[in-house]
Design a protein around this ligand. Structure first.
Ligand SMILES: Nc1ncnc2c1ncn2[C@@H]1O[C@H](COP(=O)(O)OP(=O)(O)OP(=O)(O)O)[C@@H](O)[C@H]1O
Ligand SMILES: [Mg+2]
Length: 312
């Protein structure tokens, strides 16, 4: 069921604590996919005319106008123009004032909006609730054109192959993270748009918080695979391996503040920290590579390959 968002007037499927039909949930995931594909196309087109794409903030914030003049120049510019038009339709530029925040302010979220009530602020985002109960999250740009969080991977010491260190993310990482929340059957989450200042706005179904110190280690979504410490360690809560969209991901941070209960009392992820699992670094790690191949087939596979009885 689609209706118009009270702030942007654009179609939305999220309202208050209402859960989505399977068809709507699938449509939401499809929107995320299309947005990621459009960003990949835009990135490739920008590289085609010699633009840098890391960090990707300039790319994500480009306005459509201006380019159309150059679109006639040659096929590469025409592709960039078409890619940007497609991407802008899937990640529109929306002013902060649409949400009732003061625009020319040093600290618009601190000053607040008459139409939104602050319910939480974390490292990555400030979360607000609207009159109809929906959650709006504003992800603030960080230094160096970065936004949100991700992981970078460094070789470990003697007893551990790799360390995952939390790092700042790219806009693509953030759009992927929001997609992964749905891949884990988390709370319905939409991407509303990005403000000209580079703030990404997401909208999410409201859920009930868990008691602060709830141990979530046994409550995590299915499909998440514990990672043997000798292969990879992350100094974050509950690092897990997750296979999705033909690749492996590191997912972490599923502590009590990043899970809520929906109206049917089911637990749902609202936030996580993720990065593509860096399988390309593992050429020199046959045990780790073989473990990845085995758990992809069977999430319960052990660290070492099973040995047939007659080989013992
Ligand atoms: N869908 C939701 N339903 C209920 N409360 C929510 C929802 N989304 C966010 N909140 C509240 O707002 C807080 C911050 O939201 P969120 O975790 O998405 O942002 P964050 O900046 O990534 O936080 P952190 O850095 O602490 O992980 C949450 O811990 C929770 O208390
Ligand atoms: Mg959080």
């Amino acid at each position: 069921m689609q209706e118009d968002d009270p702030f942007t007037g654009r179609p939305t499927r999220v309202r208050g604590s209402r859960l989505l039909s399977a068809a709507d949930q699938a449509a939401l995931q499809h929107d995320h996919e299309r947005r990621l594909e459009a960003l990949a196309r835009l990135s490739a087109a920008a590289q085609g005319v010699g633009f840098g794409t890391d960090p990707d903030d300039d790319l994500v914030l480009s306005a459509e106008d201006g380019l159309s003049l150059l679109a006639g120049a040659d096929a590469l510019w025409a592709e960039l123009d078409a890619a940007l038009t497609e991407f802008r339709a899937l990640l529109p530029l929306v002013p902060l004032s649409a949400f009732g925040f003061p625009e020319a302010s040093e600290d618009p979220f601190g000053e607040g909006s008459p139409r939104l009530r602050r319910i939480g602020s974390g490292v990555e985002a400030s979360a607000f609730q609207s009159e109809d109960g929906s959650i709006y999250k504003f992800f603030l740009p960080r230094e160096g054109g970065r936004i949100g969080g991700s992981f970078s991977f460094v070789p470990g010491g003697d007893d551990v192959a790799w360390m995952a260190e939390a790092s700042l993310g790219s806009y693509r990482d953030l759009l992927q993270k929001l997609r992964l929340i749905l891949a884990l059957d988390g709370m319905p989450t939409e991407v509303v748009g990005v403000t000209p200042e580079g703030v990404v706005v997401a909208k999410q179904t409201w859920g009930e918080r868990l008691p602060e110190n709830t141990d979530t280690s046994t409550l995590l979504p299915t499909g998440l695979i514990p990672i043997p410490a000798r292969f990879l360690r992350a100094r974050r809560d509950h690092p897990r391996l997750f296979f999705w969209a033909d690749r492996a991901w590191l997912i972490a941070d599923l502590h009590a503040k990043n899970l809520v209960r929906d109206v049917q009392q089911s637990l749902r992820v609202i936030d996580l920290l993720a990065a593509p699992f860096p399988t390309e670094h593992f050429a020199q790690e046959p045990l780790l590579r073989q473990w990845l191949d085995r758990v992809r087939e069977n999430p319960h596979a052990g660290i070492l390959p099973a040995v047939a009885d007659d080989e013992l």
